[in-house]
Each structure stands twice: as C-alpha cells, then as structure tokens.
Design a protein around this ligand. Sequence first.
Ligand SMILES: [Fe+2]
Length: 295
Amino acid sequence: MITVRRIGHATFETPDVEQLVTYYTQVLGLTLVERDADAAYLASTLDHHSVVLRRGDVARCARLAFQLAPDADLGAFAKQLGKHGLATERRHDPQPSISDLVAFHDPKGTEIEVFAERQFAPQRFQQAGIVPNKLGHVAFNVTDIRKVVDFYVQVLGFRESDWMGDFFAFLRCGPDHHTLNFVKGKADKMHHVAFELTDWAHIEAACDLLARRDIPLIWGPGRHGMGHNIYTYHHNPDGQIVELFTELDRINDEALGYFEPRPWHRDRPQRPKVWEPDPAVANLWGVPPPPNFLD
Ligand SMILES: [Fe+2]
C-alpha cells in the first residue's frame, strides 16, 4: 500500500482574500511567496506554500494536500484509489513547486490533492507575527465519522492514534499524534486548523501578540489529554478557529507502538487507545471548553 506521509498544505476559500492575507502574514507570520489571479500562496518553512487562499462565496477549507514518499509512483497510487472506487484526476503543473498530483474527493466532500515530490522553496522565517514551525493538523466535524476514518485508514494509510468514545478520532500519517482529527457533528465542515509553535515560551509570545491585536483567545492555554499538546484557540477574520499548539505527542517508531514518554502521560507507556468520554481529559489543567466548542 502506498501511504500518505505528511500534510502539504490547506486551501481555504474566502469572500475576502485580502483580509486573510493580512491575517496570515501579519498575525500568524507566514510569508506571502506568490500571488496570481486565482490564489495567494503562503509559506512557513521548506514548502513553497502551507496555506493557499482562494476567492469563494463562503469561508471554508476546500482542499487538503498530502505528500507521499518522494519516490512513490503517482500512477500506482491512482490505481490504488481506483480499487476503492474513487474517481481521480491527474494534474500536471497545477500550482507552484508541484509538477504532478492526483486529485479526488474524500467522503465528506473535501478535495484531496496528493503529490510525491515538490521543489523545496526554503523561506526565511519571518521577523513579524507569530511565525509557526509548520501547519500541524486540520480538524473537521463530520456526520459519518466511521466512514471518514475508515477512508483515511484503508485508502490513504493513516493510523488511528486515539479515540474519545465513538465520536472523536485522531489520525496520524507520520510521527505526530494527529494530522487529521474528526468529531461527530451535524454537518461536514472544518472545525479548526492548527499550527505548531516551538515551545511554551512561543505560545506565551503568541498570546501577547494576539492580545496586542485585540484577538481574544476562545479557549486555552491548556493541555489536552488526547495528544497531550499545549493548546490555544482563537478566531481568524473569517470566524474559523485557529489552534496554536506545542508539545504534541509523537510516535517516532511505528514498530514500537507507543508515544515518546512525557512527564504528563498517565499511561506508561502511552499507547493509542479509546479514552472514556470525560470533559476532564479535554484539558488536563482543568478549565473546560466553552459551550458548544465542538459544534
Ligand atoms: Fe487541534
């Protein structure tokens, strides 16, 4: 099986591209590397872009891009998708730094772009804004969580890191505890997009920067149970939830099957598991989420 290795970038549609470009450059601290009639490309590190903004009537996460191993055969990958009954489209030179990709839709309707190789386009880390290490994960509300999880596991090779009950799932495609997470909801939509920061001091600086910009936190800082990351959440100008996190659990060696030991783990070793539904594990530091946070 040819498996997805990492998240490449997320594409957002927005009624006001300019407003989001300002947010992603001046607040989040990404670099605007390229702009054409269709899209604005924003980068954090080695990738030419981690976030793509396109004009749309409704603010939404329209596409996610994932990378295979650089020597993976995209044709064979398309055949693998075909065996699952998926319609795929091969696109040549679809966007800067990526010359070849396979596009299809996941069961909740998000367009997925998978590529094997992209040209590195190293960015200088910005001097202004929060300046995350990388795009970390994207979370969605989904109406049929089992179907969506099975798709990512069986078709793209994700692994199940943790569940809470049968309504909250965390999937990894590399060492990080989750690159995608899904929570059962009334509609299929993005819940939040998350960027990794360096450490707790970086979180502090980010919170102060958000405060200077009159952007209030809506939850956090706290430490989640599942994934054990320190988190904060705020809204971007489109009303989408943006998470800034650090210290996310990692499985450095799949064969070992447990997360790298940390002092805040309560299981020894901390293995992927199904957590009992309990608001206390949403934040090990005790402050519960605001009402309807998971809606
Ligand atoms: Fe998250």
